[in-house]
Design a protein around this ligand. Structure first.
Ligand code: ATP
Ligand code: MG
Length: 298
C-alpha cells in the first residue's frame, strides 16, 4: 500500500511537471484589431487591416500621407467607428464606439494637435475631464486644486518630465514640454495602451530626444505603446516591432532589427510600394530573410 502510494505520488508529481512544461500558447495580445475597414464617402481609408499589440511592446506605425494610420488609431481610441472589423482587448471582444469606451479599456490617444487647453495650467490639463472635487454643494463643485497639483507633480517626476511648476500655463511651455504634458495626461489614469500620433513632428532635436526618452520610460514602467511617425529614426530607436500601411492596407509587420541604414531602406521600399508582404499570393510570413536578424532595438 505504501509502495503503491509512493508510485502514485511520483506519477502525479511527474504529471504536474509535464503539465508545467507544456509549451504555452502564444501570449494573448493586449490589443488585436481584425479586418478593420473604414470608408469616408468614396474614400476607402482602411481596407481590412489586422493589428496586434503585445503587452509591454512598442509598435511603430508608419506609412505615407493618407495611408490610414491616424484613422486606424482613431478607431482604436473610439473617435471613429469602423464599417467592419473587430477589436479584442486582452482576448475579449471590445465594443469601442466612443472615447469613453476606449478609456474604460485603458486606451488613450495623444492626438496630432495635442488637444491641450493653452490658457490653463499643467495640472488642469492633466486632470481635464477628470477633475478631483473637494466639496460639492448641490450643483456647485469646488475643485481640489491642491490634490491635482500634487498628483500632477508626482506624475511628472515619475515620468522624469522637466517642467518647473505644474502651475505654469501650457501656452508658456515649449513644443516638447507640451507634447510631454499631453503624453503624461494620456498615461495618468491606469492607461494600459498609449497611442501617440506624430509625437515628434515639429520638435527640435533635443526635444525629440526627450519625447523618445519618455516613450522608453513608459515602456520601462510596463505600458504598451503605439507610435505613429514619419521619422523612421524615431521608430527605429524606440520600437520593438513596426507595421507599414499603404493605401489603407498593411504591407509589412516585422521586428525592428538590423542597422539603421538597412532598416530605413527596407521601410521606404514598403512605404513606396516596392515591397508588400501581404499582397495576394504573397506568403503572410513577413520578412523571412530578416528572421535571423537579432538585435531588437529598445
Ligand atoms: N474625417 C474624415 N473625413 C473624410 N476623409 C477622411 C477623414 N479622416 C481621414 N480621411 C481620409 O482617409 C484617408 C486616410 O487618412 P489618415 O488621416 O488616416 O492618413 P494618415 O496615414 O494618418 O496620414 P498622415 O500621415 O498625413 O497623417 C485619407 O484619404 C483622408 O483624407
Ligand atoms: Mg495622420
Amino acid at each position: 500500500m505504501t509502495k503503491f502510494s509512493f508510485f502514485q505520488c511520483r506519477h502525479t508529481f511527474i504529471y504536474f511537471l509535464k503539465k508545467e512544461r507544456k509549451p504555452m500558447g502564444e501570449a494573448i495580445p493586449i490589443v488585436e484589431m481584425r479586418n478593420i475597414r473604414k470608408s469616408f464617402g468614396g474614400v476607402q481609408a482602411l481596407r481590412g487591416v489586422d493589428l496586434v499589440l503585445h503587452h509591454n511592446e512598442v509598435l511603430g506605425l508608419v506609412g505615407d500621407n493618407a495611408a490610414g494610420k491616424s484613422t486606424l488609431m482613431k478607431i482604436l481610441s473610439g473617435a471613429y467607428i469602423p464599417n467592419e472589423g473587430e477589436i479584442f482587448i486582452e482576448g475579449k471582444k471590445a465594443h469601442i464606439i466612443n472615447p469613453w469606451d476606449a478609456r474604460r479599456q485603458g486606451i488613450e490617444m495623444v492626438y496630432q494637435d495635442l488637444a491641450l487647453a493653452n490658457n490653463l495650467d499643467v495640472a488642469a490639463n492633466v486632470f481635464m475631464g477628470r477633475e478631483a472635487v473637494s466639496v460639492k454643494l448641490g450643483p456647485i463643485s469646488i475643485m481640489d486644486e491642491h490634490h491635482m497639483g500634487q498628483e500632477t507633480q508626482r506624475l511628472l517626476d515619475r515620468l522624469k518630465i522637466d517642467i518647473s511648476s505644474v502651475r505654469l500655463k501650457v501656452e508658456s511651455l515649449s513644443g516638447g514640454q507640451r507634447q510631454a504634458v499631453a503624453i503624461a495626461r494620456a498615461t495618468a489614469f491606469n492607461t494600459k495602451v498609449t497611442i501617440m500620433d506624430e509625437p515628434t513632428a515639429a520638435l527640435s532635436v533635443a526635444a525629440i530626444g526627450k519625447v523618445l526618452d519618455l516613450v522608453r520610460e513608459l515602456k520601462a514602467q510596463g505600458c504598451s505603446i503605439i507610435i505613429i511617425s514619419h521619422r523612421l529614426e524615431d521608430i527605429y530607436q524606440v520600437s520593438d516591432r513596426m507595421m507599414v500601411l499603404r493605401h489603407g492596407r498593411k504591407v509589412c509587420d516585422t521586428p525592428v532589427a538590423g542597422d539603421i541604414d538597412d532598416f530605413r531602406e527596407r521601410v521606404v521600399a514598403y512605404i513606396i510600394g516596392a515591397r508588400d508582404d501581404f499582397a495576394e499570393g504573397v506568403s503572410k510570413q513577413p520578412n523571412n530573410e530578416h528572421e535571423e536578424v537579432q538585435d531588437i532595438v529598445h
